[in-house]
Design a protein around this ligand. Structure first.
Ligand SMILES: [Zn+2]
Ligand SMILES: [Zn+2]
Length: 384
């Protein structure tokens, strides 16, 4: 299947589409699923596509999921299949996820008599911040037929191709964000006593806010507070009226999540008030913690081990990244795992969201095999 998989991945890679705009990508997916004789449903969450293969014999329903969206950035790789669209790039490997799931569909549609139970393919829009997965779940993608277990995978540039990474329990973080505006009083830089300088308050706040993770969170728990953007001021001799700060807040448990939220606001209030200023604070909940079902993680590890040997399946620590696959796992048991796509010899070592990101395309047939093994084991097909 490799050449076919590479062609699909490159076609999508050259024509990246952003979240909820994956029109051509979803068209390509639907056409293939129809060719394979699957039941196809389009239009969920705008551009989502769902494929269904009903087995000849009764059994459970397993779902596998791929995301389809690209990122708003330029690709600088000099490869024949580089992005042809300025300002858009598949720099997170979602093109590979689509190709891999189509490969799994091609495989099972060639042996429909051996399938018992149902296999559902979920192609969702807008993983990169848009929460396409949440919309798919809300629109009932886990019903009709009701999904008993769900699996998703992400290509992973920190593991070599041929390896699988799996996490048990908490795997990825809840990712929330906040916007803070410190409301000072502007004026001439030479007369600070006639102003309320929000830049000074912001400076104090930035250092204070970093005491929260180190002093308020149990050292054995995980939390991140990062201020990623600070904006204020226009010139060297003007004290501005306002400074705006944007931040992200990450946690692996609901308790830490709430603790971070409330301490952040307390620290803001304390610091800003101590300078005699006011503020506007807006906290926005993002993706929840992604929690792998322990049994399902073990199933992935055991199924993949059968193909590649135990030593190539690595148990990984959780990451403070986030994924909207968490919304599926809130409803049904399942697991999210990683497919190594790193190839040092070929210089494929760049991280996600880098303008140099690429994958070792050996991960495409490899990913197909791993999903086939997981499905085989979950449905008890014993494909040889
Ligand atoms: Zn990404
Ligand atoms: Zn991604």
């Amino acid at each position: 299947m490799k050449d076919w998989l590479v062609e699909i991945r490159r076609t999508i890679h050259m024509h990246p589409e952003l979240g909820f705009e994956e029109v051509e990508t979803s068209k390509l997916i639907s056409e293939w699923l129809q060719k394979f004789g699957l039941e196809v449903k389009r239009g969920m969450a705008k551009t989502g596509v769902v494929g269904l293969l009903k087995g000849k014999k009764p059994g459970r329903t397993i779902a596998i999921r791929a995301d389809m969206d690209a990122l708003p950035m330029d690709e600088i790789n000099q490869v024949p299949y580089a992005s042809q669209i300025k300002g858009k790039m598949h720099a997170c490997g979602h093109d590979a996820h689509v190709a891999i799931l189509l490969g799994v569909a091609k495989f099972f549609s060639s042996i429909p008599d051996q399938v018992k139970g149902n296999i559902k393919w979920i192609f969702q829009p807008a993983e990169e911040g848009g929460g396409g997965g949440r919309v798919m779940v809300e629109e009932g993608v886990l019903e009709n037929p009701k999904v008993d277990a769900v699996f998703g995978a992400h290509v992973y540039p920190l593991l070599s191709t041929g390896k699988v990474g799996i996490m048990e329990g908490e795997a990825l973080a809840a990712a929330d964000r906040f916007t803070l505006v410190i409301l000072g009083k502007g004026g001439h830089a030479a007369s600070p006593h006639l102003t309320k300088d929000p830049i000074l308050a912001a400076g104090h706040l930035i250092t204070q806010i970093h005491s929260i993770v180190s002093r308020n969170i149990n050292p054995l728990e995980s939390g991140v507070v990062t201020i990623g953007k600070v904006s204020g001021g226009t010139a060297f001799n003007i004290i501005p009226d306002e400074v705006e700060l944007l931040g992200t807040v990450r946690s692996l448990s609901p308790q830490v999540r709430e603790e971070l939220k409330s301490r952040i606001e307390q620290v803001i209030q304390g610091v800003v008030r101590s300078f005699g200023m006011d503020y506007r604070f807006d906290f926005e909940y993002g993706y929840p913690v992604l929690i792998n079902d322990v049994e399902m993680s073990k199933l992935v590890a055991s199924a993949c081990s059968k193909g590649i040997g135990k030593e190539k399946v690595e148990v990984l620590k959780p990451s403070m990244g986030a994924e909207d696959f968490a919304y599926y796992l809130e409803k049904v048991p399942g697991a999210y795992f990683r497919l190594g796509c790193r190839n040092e010899e070929r210089g494929i070592v760049h991280p996600y969201h880098s303008s140099l990101f690429d994958i070792d395309e050996e991960v495409l047939p490899f990913g197909v095999e791993m999903f086939v093994r997981v499905i085989d084991q979950y449905l008890g097909l014993e494909i040889t």
